[in-house]
Design a protein around this ligand. Sequence first.
Ligand code: PBG
Ligand code: ZN
Length: 304
Amino acid sequence: MVRETRLTPERLVYPLFVVPSEGVRKEISSLPGCFHLSADQAAREAREVESLGIGGVILFGLPSAKDAQGSQGYAEDGVVQKAVRAIRAECRELIVMTDVCLCEYTSHGHCGLVEGAEVQNDPTLGLLARMAVSHARAGAHVVAPSDMMDGRVGAIRTALDAEGFSGAAILSYAAKYASAYYGPFREAADSAPQFGDRRGYQMDPANAREALREVRLDLEEGADMVMVKPALAYLDVIRAVRELVDVPVAAYNVSGEYAMVKAAAARGWIDEERVAKETLVSIARAGADIILTYHAKDFARWTK
Ligand code: PBG
Ligand code: ZN
């Protein structure tokens, strides 16, 4: 009766990794319990996610081919575009979000266009906007740019509106840190940079005030919701963002946070259910309205 924070599955978003072909459902070794899914299998998975009462899914794509421009990322028949159409044909309630970033589609693995050894901010914006429009055209309710280029929220908003998708929302990865916690994801999404790192465009873990500036800029450019990522090592940032804004705040309980729990639980060192619930409720208590987590299905089953 006196509990202050209540977490229900409708506030959770479950990440899906979609691949080409048909009939593929292959467990991801770095993310036990999560799968590489072809579009048909992603639709099946999404139906299950919906029936568990989970609020949404976010899609990441592993394309059939990569190039320097990440062109499969904005192809009308790309892996994510196909999977979005398949999921929308099956699900009525589920919110379908897509990750908008080039790193899964570029041969060099960076989140933007590269010239020499430098990521080129401004030339990348048009490609991100094309990707977002192609996702909206396929039926995505929410596009979520994770690239951290400056000005991309504005570029995406303008392009969506110009193409007739003013109803598509933008969830901006506004405060995204250059984190070692993304390790298992880069294996799952095959998106590790082939040279250098992402510290030129992602944030320094030591900075909290800068997160507020990033959030303010994204809201000025038209973001509908803002995200802090990772979650657990940044609970103070989630709280600060919550106090700054009146839009929904999301937090990403990232791959490394999930993998640590799974690995320790597999050794019998921790109680997975209790640890995962405690972690997720702490993220909600810190101020997140929406939590992206690989534990979404587990959580929904545990709390049924
Ligand atoms: C791509 C992207 C990453 C994640 C989400 N989108 C990886 C990265 O920036 O290197 C991480 C998600 C996770 O670790 O669960 N820009
Ligand atoms: Zn990226």
